[in-house]
Design a protein. Sequence first.
Length: 441
Amino acid sequence: MNKQHTEERKTFSFDRSISSNIIHAEPDKYKLLEDISFKSTKIINIGSNLSYSPLGFSKDSISINIKKFNRVLEFNSEEKLITVEAGLTLIELLNFTLKYNLWIPQLPGYPSITIGGAVAANSHGKSCAIHGTIRKSIKSILLFHKKHGWIKLSEKENKEIFDLTIGGIGLTGTIVSVTFKLKQIESHKFKTKKIETNTIEECKKMILQENENSSFIYSWNRADNIKNFGKGIIYKNYINNNSKVFRTFKEYKNNFRPFFIPVWNKYSISFINFIYFKINQLTKPEKKEDFLSVIFPFYGKESYFNFFGKKGFIESQLLIHESKFDSFISEFKNLFIKYEPTITLLSLKNMSGQQKFLRFEDNKICITFDYVNNSRNLLFMSKIDNLYEKYEILPSIIKDSRITKEIFNKTYKESSEFKKELQNFDKERIYQSEISKRLNI
Ligand SMILES: Cc1cc2nc3c(=O)[nH]c(=O)nc-3n(C[C@H](O)[C@H](O)[C@H](O)COP(=O)(O)OP(=O)(O)OC[C@H]3O[C@@H](n4cnc5c(N)ncnc54)[C@H](O)[C@@H]3O)c2cc1C
């Protein structure tokens, strides 16, 4: 192995709940990617390691990071097609395409996420009710696999592997480049409208109703105590057609550095939520916003994550059908009264698509909760896990690093199909992460 391009590193999942000492490799040439892969028994790909759960590493696998492969390879503005290397970050992609008023609308919420990471997680953006997940924008993929070599994937070529790779959490090999079908975007400025909501049930109703008028609609709700549970703000973003000139976005480094002592606790969360809600009430119901703050809401606000401290947090993102939402919330609230969990964030948005394999995608409502990582909350979360089957809830394995094999098997109905097809493609199951091993994928 070329020692120049590998090093040992202690690596944490983004939520900081799991860590491992791993061998990290950063090839800068395709030949080196081949060499490293041929010489390694177990491999996993890693992008910017911004997945909340440990998807990009494992103590027994070498983590191959292709961030040095970050070129735009082909671009055709008339056909709206672009081919980029998978180490390119979202902000680098946008800095290229927005000059032509083009983009892909399924952008996950942080600018340094890589194309490879977004495709392997089948990521979605805020407008997922209309635009679905990134799968909808992918035309083809170039994959490198230790045993199969270089493979072109699309609806027409190697369709089964194409299907396994999108949302396949890096288990089919290294995504080296991706061709996207781009969409027109009239402007890179937004108008944001706010609506106040008193309960989570009312919020759900409004999000479903308003869905037809606005493609970007999501909420921020309080969940710091039962009295105010669900009280919050619904945000609707509209593209502001008045601004056509695009100025390149400046990039600054990830600022994720957990505080030594955690700041978030019941009292600080209640206080900040109260202030945040009041500010939203007192400010104008409509304002202009720039592209980055709408599409990447935590960019520049990394303190929110740093405030959890070294022990980090756990995020639970759930898909649930609208008809089951109210009953689930009612049981959730009963358990909330009993266990008094510390929840820092509750948010709703709409999602569209078709659930298949490991993909977090469906025509359902997407609920997000962030919890302080402590034993009381873990116990509460385990009680909520028991409701998944009853309410046909799909939990995200990208976000929730706790998910057990039992919960995964019960909720991901097509996971055995995925496993079977993956096993057919790769008898030795070369590409493995902490999560794939725990879930026995
Ligand atoms: C602040 C924040 C906001 C977020 N918002 C959203 C959101 O709105 N919507 C959403 O869907 N997600 C969101 N995410 C999650 C994020 O989109 C995914 O976790 C994404 O996979 C992270 O990409 P990454 O480059 O960091 O990849 P990593 O986390 O390093 O890896 C993720 C997965 O991709 C695989 N992978 C990475 N590169 C390659 C490659 N070249 N070839 C094959 N496999 C590869 C890895 O093996 C792993 O399974 C958010 C994350 C953060 C931190």
